[in-house]
Design a protein. Sequence first.
Length: 217
Amino acid sequence: MIVAIDGPAGVGKSTVARFVADKFGFFNLNSGNFYRAVALKALERDVSPDDEENLAPLAESLDLDMVNGRLFMDGKDVEEELHTDRVDRVVSPVSACVPVRHIVNGYIRRITAGMNVVAEGRDMTSVVFPHGEIKLFLDASPAARARRRYRQGVSELSLEEITRGIEERDRIDRNKKEGSLKITEDTEYLDTSDLTLEEVCEKVSGKIKEHIVDPGE
């Protein structure tokens, strides 16, 4: 079974996906981490996030794999390096590069072939897994998402700076040439602005239970 979850930055997709994957014994795939790995390598190699000519071969040269639920790049566990302010600043333009998206989608489909998966990202429902059995779009206002990020205590930025960054990422993600953030007709929309993460997790779990009980729905 494929559970595809899309939504903008900071909406809590990763937390929700981890929870439901653990609950049902599914493989948890965070597609954004693959783009973050490419962005991290671009920073290390001093490749501009807007340099499409060099980003694609850079992405293609990487050895990306999942080991015990953690992303390895070229044999190294890079999970702790992916969610930093400097990666945050460049990941959206990197992920907007169409050739990079094709390469990353290839990694994702290869790694998840034949598995029960909870996959979250920006275009899981529309591009990567358009025929997924369960397709959800989680959303929240930029202000609500910024507050969540700020309370996590993982950023050195002010609440106002985080809000501006989220709004800019939304603008880029909604206007990508390919794989833009959008809601397909067969994807269920869920506004989480006034919900706790626990409440969102329970709602998503309920959707999976419904499908398991009656797979014809």
